[in-house]
Design a protein around this ligand. Structure first.
Ligand code: FAD
Ligand code: NDP
Length: 426
């Protein structure tokens, strides 16, 4: 039993949705394109799950946030896929891939063959068990990667209003979920091993601003230690979190955000991997010419830094998805993907954006006790990264532009004194 398509997208997340839109913009024929996804819903804007989806009032729900509303584009509902002749194979896990034969085998036993495959399998949340702690399956321990996780988190949150939550991890999930829990009137303690939140991106000065803001909202921080075990009651519910430094925190719920691993396992031994992802060239093409990869699972050349990177952010997933379709359908007109890394977050009333790379010397600017401040990173004499909290549309556009130009910086003190006006003048 089997079906055959010209193009198959494996995975039905952000990148799949944006690729589908681009395929129709480029007039793919009805019946040529198939998307296979383990999820039971059409592609949606995953960032909504840690923001609008968790709000206590008027929370975001599907179909409102199907792709591609996040980029102010058409909202692709299941009806849209049908009308455009795109086969959406939902609730279906692919269990093996044979890139030599160009086939995928689903858990239902169907073989789906392709001429061209786009791997968009994203990533999975790391489990506590991978760090030697048991208890992830307790009913009040939550992760957040997909809609099922989000529904579970909402249910658990509603069941313990006014109660205590421990958030494990000080990265993106930890910070965004902690804010949502507070908005839902839950007392939050954040626990992470480093000396500051968001250690991979924030400088200590930037982190300190956000930590102070969170403290003003009642969040407590326990830093420099990790979870060692859970105390579980006779109903299988976690009632306390034990930390390696000896502290015991009573809890009604736990949220875990300790990083991800790209879903590459189907292709290990078949495609070249790098930086934990599938290595692709500037056309997003892997070591097998019929297989492309996009989104969290792809390690691609970032021209600006002459380096292969794997990014775990939505803007990159959207843009490389559009690029891969252009590269496949109009190869002669499509150059190499030229992308300036862009990350952002919105928490409480705050909102920041970052462009580029956070290496080299840091120059902070603006008013860290006010609403608008930021930082530039200068590496080997060039501005390579820019961060801004509380900027306007024009100001964010300016830091994006200045970062893409990588200007030479001779005088760090002058850059510091000019601050945001430096970017605005470029
Ligand atoms: P995904 O969107 O994860 O999609 C992968 C898809 O592949 C899923 O549907 C999965 O079920 C499917 N799949 C995997 N394996 C198989 C298989 N074997 N068979 C069938 N289907 C399979 N980034 C930002 O820049 N800003 C944000 O504010 C932001 N917020 C986020 C909030 C949350 C809660 C999460 C989890 C992520 C957030 N991100 C954010 C990151 C961003 O969502 C990801 O970078 C983006 O979703 C990556 O897109 P993708 O298509 O590569 O993977
Ligand atoms: P992150 O990689 O952002 O952060 C994980 C954090 O957990 C790191 O600080 C990590 O420390 C720490 N950690 C690792 N192990 C432990 C442990 N045993 N106990 C406590 N802390 C630990 O991953 P997240 O899980 O926060 O996010 C998952 C994915 O979702 C990422 O791809 C992220 O980009 C994406 N996302 C993006 C958002 C955005 O862009 N706004 C919003 C939400 C999610 P260390 O660095 O030392 O390993």
């Amino acid at each position: 039993m089997g079906r055959a398509f010209v193009y198959v997208i494996l995975g039905g997340g952000v990148a799949a949705g944006y690729a589908a839109l681009e395929f129709t913009n480029r007039r793919v024929s009805h019946g040529e394109l198939c998307i296979i996804s383990e999820e039971t819903v059409a592609p949606y804007e995953r960032p909504a799950l840690s923001k609008g989806y968790l709000l206590p009032e008027a929370p975001a729900r599907l179909p409102a946030f199907h792709t591609c509303v996040g980029a102010n584009e058409e909202r692709l509902t299941p009806k849209w896929y049908k009308e455009h002749g795109i086969e959406l194979v939902l609730g279906t896990r692919v269990i093996s891939a044979d890139v030599r034969r160009r086939t995928l085998l689903t858990a239902a036993g169907e073989t789906i063959s392709y001429k061209i495959l786009i791997v968009a399998t994203g990533a999975r949340a790391l489990k506590l068990e991978e760090f030697g702690v048991n208890g992830s399956d307790a009913e009040n321990v939550c992760y957040l990667r997909d809609l099922n996780d989000a529904n579970r988190l909402v249910d658990v949150m509603h069941s313990c209003s006014g109660g205590n939550a421990v958030v494990i991890g000080g990265g993106y999930i930890g910070m965004e979920c902690a804010a949502s829990l507070v908005i839902n009137k839950i007392n939050v303690t954040m626990v992470f091993p480093e000396a500051q939140c968001m250690p991979r991106l924030f400088t200590p000065k930037i982190a300190s601003f956000y930590e102070d803001y969170y403290k003003s909202k009642g969040v407590e921080f326990v830093k420099g230690t990790v979870l060692s075990s859970f105390d579980v009651d006779s109903n299988g519910k976690v009632v306390a979190v034990n930390l390696r430094d000896g502290k015991r925190l009573p809890v009604d719920m736990v949220v875990v955000g300790i990083g991800i691993r790209p879903n590459t396992s189907l292709f290990e031994g078949q495609l070249t991997l790098e930086k934990g992802g599938i290595k692709v060239n500037g056309k997003m093409q892997s070591s097998n010419s019929s297989v492309y990869a996009v989104g969290d699972v792809a390690a691609f050349p970032v021209k600006l830094f002459s380096e292969t990177r794997r990014l775990e952010h939505v803007d990159s997933a959207r843009k490389c998805a559009r690029h891969v379709v252009a590269a496949i359908m109009e190869p002669e007109k499509t150059g190499d993907f030229d992308y300036v890394p862009f990350f952002y977050s919105r928490i409480f009333a705050l909102s920041w954006q970052f462009y580029g790379d956070n290496v080299g010397e840091v120059v902070h600017f603006g008013d860290f006790s006010g609403n608008t401040f930021g930082a530039y990173w200068v590496n080997k004499g060039h501005l390579v990264g820019s961060f801004l909290e509380g900027g306007s549309k024009e100001e964010y556009a300016a830091i994006a532009m200045v970062t893409s130009l990588k200007p030479a910086i001779e005088d760090l003190a002058e850059l510091e004194s000019r601050g945001l006006s430096y970017a605005m003048a470029v």
